[in-house]
Design a protein around this ligand. Structure first.
Ligand SMILES: [Zn+2]
Length: 322
């Protein structure tokens, strides 16, 4: 078999486009970052994506004839089988866009796409915290909560690629409303948005003068809640700990359902540290079956902001080697 060719991975986000060229082993040869400017509409964004890929290829000093293809990590709902972006909330005006076809026509190379959290899970599996595993669950903790499930070395997408919506496990009946339309989802209780919502309520109710002072006229963010907690504000501390507690309840279900070798936690909320992750991991370990707890390594993600692009690139390599 011939030498595996370099691959391109793109992380298409609502605010930025990140492209990289990597070897099949995950060594990054070139990169490009630029704003998405989603408000300019889909054709402008696709044009910028192609420009970004060409720029990263220029930096890596490879031509389109030398690469195996382009893998794209896309935000929110998509259909990887058909290569269609179905309707991501943070790319306004994108509805049933045949993205792989459009990029493939523009560049003349094979293109595939995958949901961002699933792509990040695949990236961690090949090049990050999940190396050596065949079964893992990846949870991304940020403004929202998403996830990717790897079973036997492959992304589990379900019937049409929609599986892995870990943030929308309902854990509290009649709990706070979630962006998905339900109530009491993990995302509505344990995400950055949930922490910000609880913090705003604490400020409105006069329960945290410190948070009110730190926030000023702006709505308090999860970072501000952490700042206040670090300075000794007990209300802020409780808000973060409670979010971690609810996350833990969600993790119990995931561990028992999937019996993974690794449970990988990624995303911006890792910055909340032990105050958030401590209760989450404790509850996960206490609540899941002993056998399942014995099998799992609960660990932080390693690839940071490159996980999605590296995962999408690894999907191209895997396709080439099939
Ligand atoms: Zn939900």
């Amino acid at each position: 078999m011939s030498e595996p060719r370099p691959v391109v991975g793109v992380d298409l986000g609502g605010t930025k486009i990140f492209s990289l060229v990597a070897t099949a082993e995950g060594q990054v040869l070139g990169e490009d970052r630029r704003p998405t400017q989603a408000e300019e509409g889909r054709d402008a964004v696709i044009g910028r994506l192609v420009d970004s890929v060409r720029r990263a290829m220029g930096e890596a000093n490879v031509t389109t004839g030398e690469i195996a293809g382009v893998g794209i990590s896309t935000p929110g709902p998509c259909d990887p089988e058909r290569g269609v972006v179905t309707g991501p909330p943070n790319l306004p005006g994108w509805r049933d866009v045949p993205l792989t076809q459009l990029v493939s026509d523009a560049m003349g190379v094979p293109v595939l796409l995958e949901n961002d959290a699933a792509a990040a899970a695949y990236g961690e599996l090949h090049f990050g915290a999940g190396q050596g595993c065949r079964h893992l669950v990846y949870v991304t903790l940020g403004t929202g909560i998403g996830g990717g499930i790897i079973i036997d070395g492959r992304i589990y997408g379900g019937a049409s690629g929609a599986a892995g919506e870990i943030g929308h496990l309902v854990i509290v009946e009649d709990g706070p409303p979630c962006g998905c339309g339900n109530r009491g989802c993990v995302e509505a209780l344990a995400s950055g948005l949930a922490i910000a919502r609880e913090a705003a309520a604490a400020v409105r109710g006069g329960r945290s003068p410190m948070l009110a002072e730190l926030a000023g006229d702006a709505p308090p963010t999860a970072e501000l809640v952490l700042q206040a907690a670090t300075r000794g504000d007990s209300v802020s501390r409780e808000i973060i700990e409670r979010a971690g507690h609810y996350l833990g309840l969600g993790l119990v279900g995931l561990l028992n359902c999937f019996n993974p070798e690794a449970l990988i936690l990624g995303g911006g909320l890792l910055g909340l540290g032990d105050l958030y992750l401590g209760p989450a991991v404790r509850i996960a370990r206490e609540g899941a079956f002993d056998q399942v707890v014995a099998d799992v390594r609960i660990t932080e993600a390693k690839l940071g902001g490159r996980a999605g692009a590296l995962g999408a690139a690894a999907l191209i390599s895997a396709r080439e080697q099939r």
